[in-house]
Design a protein around this ligand. Structure first.
Ligand code: ADP
Ligand code: MG
Length: 851
């Protein structure tokens, strides 16, 4: 039977390609029939084995709707030959041949069936969305196909994909099939004035534009894109009270709605429809009859939140590529109109494409999943785009902190258990601890509280009103207790906006927290965890927070300060408004890095008090003893201590006995070099001696002389310090024994001869020789002391003729020379006249009388 859809044109080509390849890329515009038809072709044309055709979907909502549609087309009962599976819901049976499922599901199935024996084909639908799990699934599927499942058919589909990189990735054997669809022109309009990012303003603008559009024309249904359930609800309510839309059917469409409401939105209607949807209607679903699109330009995007080190949803501006997809929805059945709720200038500032999840998400959960599947090295997989190395390292460190990976990177039993939970490993760890401590309900609520936005209302508090934390939190061991009370309050008042606002509680946030809380409870229950509290004491909860945020442990730097050291070499300041008072050791669930001008401030908030004993008990893998040896400036000595540490946080310290002599000498030598310890006996004579040795280093290498540079000096100082621990001892230490011992035995006489301390001249007189660092050694002599001397003896194994500084009676040099004979002959007669005039009382013999 022909469906009449554009994808029909590819059916023959698909049949042919399947005869020689197991890797297909299919590109066709949204609405062409990819999602509903391709899986059917694979089965009906017998292109794959008789296992399942698994169709991976990025969204739960589309998963169910597509399965329903295909079951309907094939006239079978949903869950029989055609089924679907999403988190918490499995509508399939062993007879199911076409199974739609979300990307996370197949990764879980992989855990129990590593070769995916029951699967004949995997269809990666909407691959352009580049969800992290789709990337992982494709890399693993390719790996599987390359190793043990060459028969496994892989089909990668997308409306917008740039197919060349994908074909390159899949290799020369892959085949790409492209179909063009029907697309009518869409008139794209921008608004003149920016609406900003406040929900109220966005909703108001959407309603205003909708009003105008449905007045302008009476044909075509309207599709309004809003970021999430909350904004959709607001828009629907506003539209219901608007004039023009009175005769229309106003329908929300998002994943949290009950199925019959979702069906209503995509189903046919006799009235004109206004559908207010998340980006599920962007490419995943096709709703017939849409001719008018209003795009808020926003989406809820999962992204790594460095404050809590988890992935969470952020409200973000969609890219231009996404906006084009949304606009295209207006032109499927007739020419259409799309109004963008942003200005044309703002459009130019938008990103071209979305950043793939693999580049913006925390990879801890994914890494744990791969480890549990026996793939501890993620980089060994054939990725379409490699995960960033930094994110992988971070993920592995966190998994180590949580006890899921051992030091060698292998998965632990705890890690294996954690991997069974389809939540971030932090929450898996906390729930497992909660089971052990009997506080599952409380911990499920804490998990929910950390995951969404804050339960505290920041806007709309009237002056003089008590801060919410004051109202809900008398001093306690965790800020979560105040938040839990606030949540109970909201539940008690049925999330009533007015009552909540009065109490400083954000009603919508509380409602969302409530939903997440219930999801966590369902998850715990599905693993057979008892929900009744056993322990019920506050400490049990605090312990669970500790194991879930083991990398966020803080130690106060002292009593009365808000400054803390945070595990892994970080530092930060506690916020003041915590209800946890004076705890020396805490977990800060939130770590905010704030850039204030040039300052970089780290703010720690959402505190829970923990005990050092708990660290030892619950996180033994991170505890260790560290020997610390250092020079203590206060007591002026080297001391040795043993620190009991949690990672790099010091929890306790005890004396560590006598330090090793060489380590102590090393530290003392540092102090000497810094000038904080002075060696009394290291005087000018020592320096002169070293200078003589250095002089001989140039000529006496054959004898065993070598230069004493900075490194050798350092060794000499360390030797002098050896055996000491206190500054006092070092300062008094004799240095000559060490200095002398530096020269190899037997060289001392050679030094005395070839680099003499004093130079003997004409048999009687001796002069002190100076050995400058650069240049020739020299001595100083008054001119009268040199009468009768015609030459200077050589030193340095006969290589060096020392210089003489010839001094007048006033000690000023009149000449510097090596050549005394020449001096007497050429210079002395002139100098003599001058000296005779200035020093008439001295005797100044003629040249002939001297030489
Ligand atoms: P693609 O995956 O290429 O975007 P689909 O296979 O999802 O296309 O849809 C193909 C066509 O099937 C749509 O244009 C629409 O007309 C029809 N269709 C799909 N799902 C439904 C549904 N749940 N109800 C009614 N029609 C549907
Ligand atoms: Mg599709």
């Amino acid at each position: 039977m022909s469906s009449g859809l554009p994808i029909e044109s590819l059916r023959a080509a698909l049949r042919q390609a399947a005869q020689h390849t197991r890797r297909l890329v299919i590109q066709a515009p949204t609405g062409s029939g990819k999602s509903t038809q391709i899986p059917q072709y694979l089965i009906d044309d017998a292109l794959v084995g008789d296992g399942q055709v698994v169709v991976l979907q990025p969204r739960r909502l589309a998963t169910r709707l597509l399965a329903t549609r295909v079951a309907h087309e094939r006239n079978v009962k949903l869950g029989d030959a055609v089924g679907y599976q999403v988190r918490f819901e499995d509508v399939s049976s062993p007879r199911t041949r076409i199974k739609f499922e979300t990307e996370g599901i197949i990764l879980r199935q992989w855990l129990s069936d590593p070769q995916l024996k029951h699967v004949s084909a995997i269809v990666f639908d909407e691959f352009h969305e580049r969800h992290l799990y789709a990337d992982i699934a494709l890399a693993r599927a390719l790996h599987l196909q390359q190793t043990v499942r060459p028969d496994l058919m892989l089909v990668v589909m997308s409306a917008t994909l740039d197919i060349d990189p994908l074909c390159d990735y899949l290799g020369p054997g892959s085949v790409a099939l492209t179909a063009s669809g029907r697309q009518y022109p869409v008139d794209i309009q921008y608004i003149d004035e920016s609406v900003g990012d406040r929900t109220d303003a966005i909703v108001e603008a959407a309603v205003r534009v909708c009003d105008r559009l449905i007045r302008q024309t009476d044909r075509g249904d309207v599709l309004i894109f809003m970021p999430g359930a909350f904004e959709i609800q607001r828009t629907v309510r506003a539209l219901q009270s608007a004039d023009a839309s009175r005769d229309c059917l106003i329908l929300p469409l998002h994943g949290e709605l009950p199925p019959h409401e979702q069906d209503a939105a995509v189903g046919p209607s006799s009235k004109r429809k206004i559908i207010v949807s998340t980006n599920v209607a962007e490419t995943s679903l096709t709703i017939d009859g849409i001719e008018l699109v209003i795009d808020s330009g926003w989406a809820r995007v999962p992204r790594f939140d460095p404050h809590r080190s988890i992935n969470t949803l952020f409200l973000e501006r969609i890219s231009r590529a996404s906006a084009d997809q949304r606009a295209g929805r207006a032109g499927r059945t007739a020419p259409g109109t799309c109004v963008r709720l942003w200005t044309e200038r703002e459009h130019q500032e938008r990103a071209l494409h979305e950043v793939p999840e693999i580049n913006r998400l925390d990879l801890a959960e994914a890494t744990l999943g791969l480890s549990a599947a026996g793939l501890p090295d993620p980089l060994a997989l054939p990725w379409f785009e490699c995960p960033p190395a930094r994110a992988l390292t971070q993920a592995q460190r966190l998994l180590g902190d949580l006890g899921a990976l051992a030091e060698d990177g292998s998965i632990t039993d705890l890690g294996r258990l954690m991997a069974q939970f389809p939540v971030h490993p932090r929450y898996a760890r906390m729930l497992i601890a909660a089971r052990d401590f009997g506080c599952v309900r409380q911990v499920a609520l804490v998990c929910a509280l950390t995951q969404g936005r804050s339960i505290w209302a920041t806007r709309g508090r009237t002056p003089g009103q008590r801060a919410p934390r004051e109202r809900f939190g008398e001093a306690a061991d965790s800020d979560f207790f105040a938040q839990m009370r606030a949540w109970s309050y909201a539940v008690r008042h049925r999330f009533d906006v007015r009552r909540c606002r009065e109490a400083g509680v954000h009603a919508a946030a509380a409602r969302q927290i409530d939903q997440v809380y219930r999801a966590f409870l369902r998850l715990a229950e599905s693993h057979g965890f008892a929900l009744e509290a056993r322990a019920g004491d506050d400490a049990a909860l605090c312990r669970c927070v500790l194991v879930g945020f083991a990398d966020h442990v803080c130690r106060r730097r002292g009593t009365g300060t808000l400054q803390c050291d945070v595990a892994h070499g970080r530092r930060g300041m506690l916020v003041r408004d915590s209800i946890v008072q004076d705890a020396p050791l805490l977990v800060a669930t939130e770590i905010d890095e704030i850039q204030t001008g040039r300052e970089h401030e780290v703010r720690l908030s959402n505190m829970t008090r923990v005990e050092a004993d708990w660290l030892t008990e619950l996180l033994p893998h991170a505890m260790h003893e560290q020997l610390d040896i250092r020079y203590d400036v206060a007591t002026k000595q080297v001391i040795q201590e043993i620190h009991y540490q949690y990672h790099d946080l010091i929890l306790a310290t005890r004396p560590g006995g006598a330090p090793a002599a060489d380590a102590a000498a090393h530290l003392l030598a540092d102090e000497v070099e810094r000038g904080r310890i002075v060696l009394r006996h290291w005087d000018a004579q020592v320096e002169a001696w070293l200078a003589r040795v250095n002089f001989l280093a140039d000529f006496g290498a054959d004898y065993g002389f070598s230069a004493i540079g900075p490194t050798e000096r350092r060794l000499l100082i360390e030797q002098i310090c050896l055996g000491c621990t206190r500054m006092k001892e070092v300062a008094q230490k004799p240095v000559w024994p060490v200095i002398h011992a530096w020269l190899p035995t037997g060289l001392l006489p050679v030094l005395k001869k070839e680099a003499p301390e004093r130079l003997a001249i004409a048999g009687t007189r001796t002069f002190r020789l100076h050995y400058p660092e650069q240049g020739t050694p020299y001595f100083e002599a008054r001119i009268q002391e040199l009468f009768g001397v015609k030459s200077i003896p050589m030193i340095g194994f006969g290589h060096v003729q020392p210089l003489v500084h010839i001094l007048a009676p006033n000690q000023r040099p009149v000449q510097i020379t090596q050549d005394l004979a020449g001096f007497w002959l050429h210079h002395y007669p002139g100098i003599r006249q001058e000296l005779k005039r200035r020093y008439p009382k001295h005797a100044w013999p003629e040249r002939g009388e001297i030489a």
